[in-house]
Design a binder for this molecule. Structure first.
Ligand SMILES: [Zn+2]
Length: 397
């Protein structure tokens, strides 16, 4: 039974934030470690969002400055969101739009999901159905394109993304883009999330792409480059046994396509890579960001925060240093069976690091400036009020 979306949304959010904070506190007590980006939410529920979509269309100096003490630290841009699940029904568009509104999310990238489980299987989540194929498809993109046209959403900017691409079989991608151009002219301005290598999906007939496959992407990557369309790539860095096992694949992509705007989903981290040294990870990311100016990192997915929450002291300075190169997002999958407060919870968890960023990084990442620049949108992030600043990062024991 679903919770009705808004009769108690804020109550639900506060409860979920409170429960999250309690869990963190118990973990902290159990492990005697400090948790730098999870401090003290229990007595500090998210304040209501004060800003409309239209406010971001005003020049920077005509927007009210952003008060970090009294406005939510959750991102106004969800640059990694899946409005349709791997199988089964999805949340309805109007309820989803209302929910973004309630959370203060004014910009969202709609990413399929592209990889659909065999429709005859009855499966809704790939990890519950090993052996059932999950294959790239146009189906959800087309549904999303229809719904964005049919349902009004005046206070929400939606970026539609092409997620049909099978990167291991790229020959037909150019023709399919042409079909999108015919059916949805000018509407799809992002690509991905598509999979270079996703170990979690290997039980569902997914295989890592080869370097030869990557070389064969050239025709469609040229189209994306000409149109300034970013592509979000899921490319696992490795796993706990071999943390850089697949690094060569992303390096090959970046070497072959240095002029394409490429977004590396989850910074290459995953459930399979939960124990990598944060210093080693940050060193690899820094090197690639320095070498490839069109690379950006996506820090979506609550899995990252569950595995690496104690390493805020390493990641927060990295996010501050490379703040023009980072996008925030939830990686939420809007399956119809989920309760609405799950989105609030996942958005809150994936935004916790943001509250510790310096003001410039917060504006770039949480308030949307990077997103607007990447897509050349006519929106501007507000500046942060001068007397407002980040939460204090707790010291590790
Ligand atoms: Zn995703």
């Amino acid at each position: 039974m679903k919770t009705k979306p808004f009769e108690s949304t804020r109550t639900c959010l506060r409860q979920s934030v409170y429960l999250g904070a309690c869990t963190v506190l118990l973990l902290a007590l159990a492990g005697c470690t400090s948790l730098p980006w999870t401090a003290a939410e229990s007595d500090n529920p998210l304040p209501p969002s004060k800003r409309s979509l239209a406010s971001f269309a005003e020049p920077e100096n005509q927007q009210a400055c952003f008060d970090r003490e009294n406005e939510p630290y959750t991102t106004v841009v969800d640059a990694h969101f899946h409005p349709k699940p791997f199988g089964g029904p999805a949340m309805s568009p109007p309820e989803l739009f209302d929910y973004f509104g309630e959370m203060g999310v004014r910009f969202v990238t709609y990413m399929g999901i592209g990889q659909l489980l065999d429709m005859g299987s009855g499966c809704v989540y790939y990890l519950d159905c090993p052996g059932v194929a999950a294959r790239p498809s146009v189906k959800n993109d087309f549904l999303n394109g229809m719904e964005v046209e049919m349902y009004s959403h005046d206070d929400l900017h939606i970026t539609l993304s092409m997620t049909f691409m099978d990167l291991a079989d790229p020959d037909s991608i150019v023709d399919t883009i042409a079909m999108y151009d015919k059916e949805y002219p000018g509407m799809f301005t992002w690509a991905g999330e598509v999979n270079v290598v996703k170990q979690a999906l290997m039980g569902n007939h997914h295989q890592a792409v080869t370097t030869k496959n990557i070389d064969d992407w050239a025709p469609f990557m040229e189209i994306l480059r000409e149109r300034n369309i970013p592509i979000t790539l899921h490319s696992d860095l490795g796993n706990n046994a071999d943390p850089t096992k697949y690094l060569y694949l992303m390096e090959h992509v970046l070497h072959q396509y240095p002029d394409n705007p490429i977004v590396w989903a989850h910074m290459g981290l995953s459930k399979e890579l939960s124990t990598m040294s944060p210093e080693q990870h940050v060193a690899i990311m820094s090197r690639l960001l320095d070498d490839y100016p069109n690379l950006m990192l996506d820090i979506s997915w609550d899995v990252l925060y569950n595995s690496y929450h104690q390493w805020g002291g390493t990641f927060v300075p990295f996010f501050n240093e490379y703040s023009t190169r980072i996008l925030a997002g939830s990686d939420f999958v809007a399956a119809g069976y989920k309760e609405y407060q799950q989105y609030a919870k996942e958005l809150e968890i994936t935004s916790r690091a943001l509250r510790f960023l310096d003001n410039e990084a917060f504006r770039n990442i949480a308030l949307g400036e990077n997103y607007f620049r990447l897509l050349d949108l006519d929106y501007t992030a507000p500046t942060v009020c001068p007397d407002s600043g980040p939460a204090t990062v707790a010291q590790s024991d």
